[in-house]
Ligand binder design. Structure first.
Ligand SMILES: [Zn+2]
Ligand SMILES: [Zn+2]
Length: 240
């Protein structure tokens, strides 16, 4: 059984017209996991998945462009009377507390050595530096490895964490020319370098900032990675 990735939102920190911020559906057999749930994600998710069928939601960090639709989805879940496991970092604690709502989520804290098994998927986490506490997510089956960074600044540890993955979904929140402003994000060029050093098979760039054009992203990343390079496209499903 193959793992599939559907991109529900690929912008940050705000969307383009008709766009959506971070949200990715991972499917394997009957298992469905939502990674991040930014603004616009729930509406897109409903095109491809009944939210009652979600086995878990995992939030990399608690910035609004990764969690806003959680605060909307809870109304739907409340009406349906079901509880979905929700994994998130517990910092900042006031944001973490805000996730609680009438028990619609079974909220569990993510920490560095946490290991989850959901369906046939093994899931591990690694903290990467960002403005807020952020965890990269590694999802493995018997023969496939998928890694998603969340948001992060450059950190050599990602190379080991993502090594030899079939797909590395990596944020490229800025273009290289803007690193001089010390943004809490990777540039597209850095993302490609990480892909290369980790020897990943397919590199998916995401978290596109609407301040740039997609052409600028292509220009910066072209020929920077030896394997298959993909700019994650909204509402597209990819085999991992
Ligand atoms: Zn973000
Ligand atoms: Zn962020």
């Amino acid at each position: 059984m193959e793992m599939k990735l559907t991109v529900l939102g690929n912008n940050g920190p705000y969307p383009t017209a008709n766009g959506a911020c971070s949200g990715y559906l991972i499917e394997h057999d009957d298992t469905k996991i939502l990674l991040d749930c930014g603004n616009g994600v729930m509406s897109n998710l409903l095109n491809v998945c009944d939210i009652m069928k979600l086995d878990a939601i995992i939030l990399t960090h608690l910035h609004p462009d990764h969690i806003s639709d959680i605060f909307i989805m809870r109304y739907a879940l409340q009406r349906k009377g079901i509880q979905i496991p929700l994994y998130a970092p517990s910092s900042p604690s006031d944001e973490y507390k805000r996730l609680e709502y009438k028990n619609v989520f079974d909220i569990c804290e993510i920490y560095q050595d946490l290991k989850l098994t959901i369906g046939q998927l093994s899931i591990t986490f690694r903290e990467f530096k960002h403005v807020l506490r952020n965890y990269g997510i590694c999802i493995e089956t018997e023969n496939k490895k998928f890694v998603y960074t969340g948001d992060m600044i450059y950190d050599e540890n990602i190379i080991e964490f993502a090594s030899n993955s079939d797909v590395l979904l990596i944020e490229a929140g800025v273009l290289h020319r803007d690193l001089k402003f010390n943004p809490p994000h990777l540039s597209a060029k850095q993302a490609c370098e990480i892909g290369k050093k980790s020897k990943v098979k397919k590199l998916f760039l995401t978290h596109f900032n609407p301040e740039y054009t997609i052409d600028e992203y292509i220009k910066e990343s072209i020929n920077q990675f030896d394997g298959l390079l993909v700019l994650a496209t909204i509402m597209k499903t990819y085999q991992i």
